[in-house]
Ligand binder design. Sequence first.
Ligand code: BLG
Length: 486
Amino acid sequence: MSALIDFRKRCTAWLLATGILLLLGSCAEPPSELQRIREEGVLRVLTRNSPSTYFQDRNGATGFEYELAKRFAEHLGVELKVETADSLDDLFTRLNRPGGPHLAAAGLVANDSRRALVRFTHPYLDVTTQVIYRHGQRRPTQPEDLVGKRILVLKGSHHAEQLAALKARLPGINYEESDAVEVVDLLGLVDEGRIDITLVESNELAMNQVYFSNVRTAFDLSEANSLAWVLPQGEDDSLLREANAFLDEARENGTLQRLRERYYGHVDVLGYVGAYAFARHLQERLPRYERIFKETARQHGLDWRLLAAIGYQESHWQPEATSKTGVRGLMMLTLRTAKAMGVSNRLDPVQSIQGGGKYFLKVHGALPAGIEEPDRTWFALAAYNVGAGHLEDARRLAEAEGLNPNKWLDVKQMLPRLSQKQWYSKTRYGYARGGEPVHFVANIRRYYDILTWVTQPQMEGSRLVHSDLHLPGISEQDVADNLPPL
Ligand code: BLG
């Protein structure tokens, strides 16, 4: 009996001891950084204000880094809080400060010297360092050609390190670093001939090429570099592991690919010639029609830059444009649409823009209620180009495939089928050149992005913004007098 009691006592003591130990164990283990972020419900991300990272458009915050970070915050189920650094030095100082941001998502190259000071996630973008010079100057083709040039790069950048390494080999190379500029400013300085050379990453050039028609790539300075997010140094790797898992998944499920296309696709879609042409037309042609776009957009409650982007896609802002199919004018109205919109002269830019704006609004309003913005805008653009009937056919095809007929990403896959007999023979409206609206929408989105960037408030004063230019041959009063009431 007593042996049994003893045994019970021993068991109770053992159970108590283990329980206490377990309790002690859980008390001693402080929550990981990831747990703290989830508990606080906020992910604090540090970035830079630039077209390749983070900026404001009409819908608020946007940019490659912003979009990727936002998805990461959603993945964690927390709110994203963005802070911006004034310079790279500022960024690294703030990141390593106690209580600083959780990570920096700022288009940063993962290199060895930085690796000694911070931790990098898995890479999300492969880029190359490019040496940039001004068109019309002799093209440098190798590092030796940089001797004697006026070179400026961002202070604390990977590029400053690359130049320091070059200078060790070629002491004749002199360069300056500045923390008062961003990549756009560096490209602008080369474009205007105020410096000879700068160094940027290929993604930054792709994003900005279109704004600077004199900027050219001299040669690539590096093999592929990787961009990655940066975490301050520390023992706790819970956030790092989660970020890596998220980035790996984003690579696999196509998220990274989609973001790359959206933000860095300008040069791919426009081609270099197209990018130069757009930059030139932005300065030479847009000023003639800007006020008409603005006034028409104001009357319809639209964004003028969207109307201007449609106009560029349709005619490159040329009022006399005529398509192979006989569609005419700056906004390319068919005869039927022109009549319906009360346009008597399709070649009159004021009438064309007014008619185009009115038609866009009409098709936008007539779309089914289930299509929400921003997809609704992309659908309206497609209907503007291919007609609402054919678009409806593509939506039905999407539905039949188990895709979502209210999502542009799904319906755009179906549109090209409208030109294949096996598919169009079963649709209500029959054959259509279904590939055309897909390019049409993609191009307009690109032009719209560019126009949004060049016309945002912080670009004011830049020569790229035309609002205050006096337009030759067309005054504000002319435009106002010529705008018929809608
Ligand atoms: C559009 C009309 C739609 C019309 C479709 O054609 O024109 N849009 C305008 O006039 C603004 O109204 O839809 S429908 O009324 O429901 O039939 C379909 O007919 C114009 C398109 C045609 C296109 N551009 C605006 O995007 C064009 O000109 N394509 C030819 C290109 S090429 O020269 O052959 O390469």
